[in-house]
Write a protein that binds this ligand. Structure first.
Ligand code: XMP
Length: 504
């Protein structure tokens, strides 16, 4: 797809969100580094993001301002982006003594298109330390309660705001961004239906008649990738590795799911290999490493080292963060020759990542548009190392069995009561401590179990869900009655940060 609205990344933690919000408005948008300004082609509009640096630093990130002006399109500077534009227009930036982080009020001044329909005294979210000293001829578009300018216009089409319109804490953020987008010059529409056709053409072209192998896990990303390759008619082998760390009946369910959309998958039962390799290992990082390395070994043992083309479900956020969490290499952070093999394939142009332009919710929409059933596209994320990260300490059959049974009860209740689709992720984890209880007339020492349900937008932060007490009570009663080896059920009320979503 051509001509995205260009978001220039100066390093703010919220930059990805800007791209996402623009796409929510139905326009195509992409992130670029400041040095890539000339690669943006013919952008309909440009946004300069916020960032952690100060324009006062000698090597502060910069932009080719002459080129930016020559594009002759609307430009919006956000926080750092605003300060940078202010200096370019001849103003200056003064160092702040404290970093202003958090809510403030916005009072629009002097009208203009950016704040059209924006109410007075709405909350805005600030994150900056320096303040702008505006140059002659610029216009104040908005102030805070202390009369300090928080929005400026320097010239026709050049706007700056000292707050983040992309975060939900800025009440009128969407409206302000929407107003700016109305000024964009012929923006490309972003609709998943048309994007699907673009992706099908792309995979056919990239495959170029070669045989593709695609690892599937039953998770959303790899399922959508498989459905895309299938729909595009690309000759593909779909490989599912059962690592023995899956949830109750998951291997069978995954096969059934794929059958309903006409995809035959090859299942490799490597559970014994994984569980043997994990025996006696209690260190979380070691466990991850063992699972990651073995996965790659099992995968290439099955498909052979001579893979023509490997398809991976890497998503846009992974590309942006240059992490690879949606890929096979994701679970392995250490050096490993089979992982190097993936890097080698990549260097040879033998890895395709067709979902690398999409966010998670867009992948879900694509899945729907490809006819995947709702239980597949709406599935909660599940970690690559599976139940191992929900089983602190050594992984044993006994603990895995407890997690499987308890998780099945908990998830079943969430589904039955309409909560499953309202939470980002939910699960049961076993706490590797035996605590005292009474069963019958006897004292018993059995495991404690933790239930967790969180809401999150992107897994970077998460909040625990206020599930109804009745639901928790029923889950606890059923688990204590039906699951052998458990005598205590806890509900995890930790936010991320500081806790993570998983236990390990
Ligand atoms: P944490 O526990 O880091 O999890 O808050 C954030 C999200 O990532 C998933 N997760 C993983 N996914 N390999 C993966 O592929 C892993 O090692 C891993 N650890 C956590 C987790 O389920 C959550 O959605």
């Amino acid at each position: 797809m051509e001509n995205p609205i260009a978001v220039i990344d100066f390093g703010s933690q919220y930059t990805q969100l800007i791209v996402r919000r623009i796409r929510e408005f139905g326009y195509f948008s992409k992130l670029y580094q400041p040095s890539e300004l000339r690669d943006t082609g013919n952008p309909p509009a440009v946004i300069l993001s916020g960032g952690p640096r100060s324009t006062l630093e000698p090597d502060a990130p910069d932009i080719d301002f002459e080129y930016l002006r020559s594009l002759n399109v609307p430009v919006l500077g956000v926080c750092y982006g605003m300060q940078l534009l202010n200096t370019k227009f001849g103003g200056s930036v003064a160092p702040g003594h404290t970093r202003e982080y958090g809510p403030a009020a916005l009072i629009p001044r002097n009208g203009g298109p950016l704040f059209e329909g924006v109410r007075d005294h709405s909350q805005i979210w600030m994150s900056h330390s320096d303040t702008c000293k505006m140059p002659e001829g610029s216009t104040i578009l908005g102030e805070n309660l202390d009369g300090i300018p928080v929005a400026l216009q320097w010239a026709d089409g050049f706007f700056g705001i000292q707050f983040h319109p992309e975060v939900s804490h800025t009440d009128e953020g969407k409206k302000i961004l929407g107003n700016f987008l109305k000024l964009a010059k012929n923006p490309t529409e972003f609709r998943i239906e048309s994007f699907k056709h673009h992706l099908m053409d792309r995979v056919r072209e990239e495959a170029a008649g070669r045989k593709v192998v695609c690892g599937v896990s039953g998770g959303v990303d790899s399922s959508v990738l498989a459905a895309l390759l299938h729909e595009a008619g690309v000759d593909t082998r779909y490989i599912f590795v059962d690592n023995g760390l899956l949830r109750k009946d998951e291997a069978t369910q995954v096969q059934e799911q794929f059958k309903t959309v006409g995809i035959e998958i090859e299942t490799i039962d490597a559970s014994k290999r994984f569980l043997d390799a994990l025996a006696g290992e209690a260190d979380p990082e070691q466990k991850r490493r063992i699972i990651g390395r073995l996965f790659v070994d099992v995968f290439f043992d099955a498909v052979g080292d001579d893979v023509e083309l490997l398809a991976q479900g890497t998503l846009y956020p992974d590309v942006i963060e240059s992490a690879t969490s949606g890929s096979i290499a994701s679970t392995i952070k250490t050096h490993h020759n089979r992982v190097d093999k993936i890097m080698e394939l990549k260097a040879q142009g033998r890895v395709i990542e067709p979902l690398d332009e999409l966010f998670k919710d867009e992948v879900r929409d694509l899945g729907r548009s490809l006819g995947l059933p709702e239980p597949v596209v709406g599935r909660h994320p599940f970690p690559g190392p599976g139940l191992a990260v929900r089983c602190p300490g050594e992984v044993t059959d006994e603990k895995l069995e407890i997690i499987r049974e308890a998780d099945d009860i908990f998830i079943g209740l969430l589904r039955g009561r309409g909560w499953y689709d309202r939470v980002w992720q939910a699960y049961a984890a076993v706490i590797p401590t035996k605590t005292v209880g009474v069963k019958g007339d006897e004292r018993c020492y059995e495991y404690a179990l933790s239930l967790r349900a969180v809401v999150s937008e992107d897994a970077m932060t998460a909040e625990w869900v206020h599930l109804p007490y009745e639901l928790l009570a029923e889950a606890s009663n059923r688990i204590l009655n039906e699951v052998k080896g458990v005598n205590r059920v806890l509900y995890d009320i930790s936010t991320k940060p500081p806790a993570s979503i998983e236990w390990e």
